[in-house]
Write a protein that binds this ligand. Structure first.
Ligand code: BG6
Length: 489
């Protein structure tokens, strides 16, 4: 598991988009964590590539500042120095093909170490970089990481996959979805397929419905140029939430390998009942935050955020009622929702088990869904099982109790962050927690008609005040199925 400190194979990692927000906020801290675990070989090197003019020294300073900022409690100058010493910065200006040729001369031969290209860049430049890599002969015996977004619909995703696929085979392509690197998502597989307990109940006979919620308190955080025009459905649902859904709903894979696990996930995505035409307004809600209060501080509305089109219809909130058409899940509602500037930062899966068939206590049926399994991804990785138990005393009276398991406390070790975990898998050439081409294209195929329905609607997204749980209409969406969002119970 994540506490493993086995040494990684030696590598040359080339990081495109090295000055960007993702690199500084997530990738550099993840590389620091590998260093702290003492996993990297002495010779492992990192080539940071971007357009900005930096010297290697200047870039190393920027990395150190980012580490101090993003890892205030874990920062250690000795570890940071070891990491910084591995980094070389190279500017890629106008002649990118020439820059790639000189990079090729600096990299070690592909049989000497793992050769990894990490594309933390906007989708528009992804294909150009692949062209340049291939022209410099760097596509052979190497691996490439593609960050989201890969396309904005199925057609553009296919076009990118085709273009990258001209030079890289599918088993060289690591499409990252950092939710798959989260400890709780992997624990979901352990829970389901390592224990006989839940799997027998994991179906329409025992489960009433499922909720997947990812709520954030942050707004667009200076990412308006990317986010506006993309919105919550493409930013969060198409990838993270559908991947989590697939992990919950998949059939047991024949074995724990990339082929079997990804085969089962794609079957779930194919079984999602399409939401099209008039069904879109019935089964979905899109919202956009207005001004409000977050953590006691006033915040502006989405349309007032810097860089956002004041007439934008981009949604910062999406809720969907979906169903999976197969024998295990037919008729079980899956409610998905995500939003920015919500009441709390939370990412959780709640499995609502059906109530008892016959209530001998006379009070059980008054409590809505007493048996709930809550798998929490944010803010911490944990698992709660809600049950009823007898309250102490002479009479038999039942009250809700919770069996709680925090993974970090149970195993008494820090669990790896998602990017840290996925970087280890990349270096070790393990594809299981990365997204295969058919999965991502299938996810878009399901998302596209919802986007289309929203685009054709003249109604703007529904407003909700920052610091709340989203638009009222989202409560009505679940109420139509006879349910409530978990925080309303
Ligand atoms: C990213 C989205 O993929 O995931 C962001 O682009 C979002 O908009 C982030 O904030 C959420 O990740 P996490 O790990 O903080 O839940």
């Amino acid at each position: 598991m994540t506490g493993a400190t086995e040494a990684l194979p030696d590598f040359d990692l080339v990081l495109f988009g090295a000055t960007g927000d993702l690199a500084m906020r997530k990738l550099v801290p993840a590389l620091f964590a590998l260093e702290a675990r003492d996993m990297s070989q002495p010779g492992a090197r990192i080539f940071a590539i971007a357009r900005s003019e930096y010297s290697t020294e200047g870039y190393r300073d920027a990395v150190e500042t980012a580490l101090r900022r993003h890892l205030p409690e874990r920062f250690d100058p000795a570890i940071a120095n070891r990491l910084l010493a591995r980094i070389e910065y190279r500017t890629v200006a106008s002649d990118s093909a020439a820059a790639m040729r000189s990079l090729a001369a600096e990299l070690r031969p592909a049989d000497a170490c793992e050769r990894l290209f990490y594309l933390a860049v906007p989708p528009g430049v992804m294909v150009d970089i692949c062209d340049d890599l291939a022209a410099a002969g760097l596509n052979r015996n190497s691996r490439i990481v593609l960050e989201k977004p890969i396309g904005h619909d199925q057609a553009s995703c296919r076009a990118t996959n085709d273009a990258v696929g001209r030079y890289f085979d599918e088993d060289q392509i690591f499409r990252i979805d950092h939710y798959l690197g989260k400890e709780s998502v992997q624990n979901l597989l352990a829970l389901r397929f390592g224990n006989a307990l839940f799997e027998t109940l994991w179906n329409r006979q025992s489960i009433s419905h499922v909720q997947i919620s990812v709520s954030e308190t942050v707004g667009v955080e200076g990412r308006a140029p990317y986010y506006d025009g993309v919105g919550a459905l493409r930013d969060m649902v198409q990838n993270h939430i559908l991947q989590v859904l697939a992990a919950i709903a998949m059939e047991p894979p024949m074995q724990l390998d990339e082929g079997c696990v990804r085969d089962e996930k794609v079957k779930v995505l194919r079984s999602l009942v399409p939401i099209t035409g008039g069904g879109v307004s019935q089964a979905t809600v899109r919202g956009q935050y207005r001004g409000g209060i977050i953590n006691g501080e006033p915040v502006c509305g989405y349309l007032e955020e810097q860089g956002v089109d004041p007439a934008s219809h981009s949604e910062t909130y999406a809720a969907i009622h979906c169903e999976i058409a197969n024998w295990r899940w037919a008729g079980v509602p899956f409610y998905l929702r995500t939003g920015k500037r919500m009441a709390r930062r939370l990412a959780e899966i709640v499995i609502f088990f059906r109530p008892v068939a016959h209530d001998i206590f006379g009070t059980v049926s008054e409590l809505p869904f007493p048996n709930r399994l809550v798998i929490r991804l944010n803010p911490d990785d944990s698992l709660d099982l809600n049950m009823l138990a007898k309250m102490p005393g002479e009479r038999i009276r039942l009250a809700p109790i919770t069996l709680n398991l925090s993974f970090e406390q149970a195993f008494r070790q820090r669990t790896a962050d998602a990017y840290e975990r996925l970087l280890m898998d990349l270096i070790n050439n393990r594809l299981m927690l990365f997204v295969r081409r058919d999965e991502i294209e299938q996810a878009w195929a399901w998302i596209d008609p919802i986007e289309q329905g929203w685009a054709e609607s003249t109604a703007p997204p529904r407003g909700y005040n920052a610091g709340t749980w989203g638009p009222q209409a989202a409560s009505a969406l679940v109420a139509r199925g006879g349910h409530s969002w978990s925080e309303e119970l």
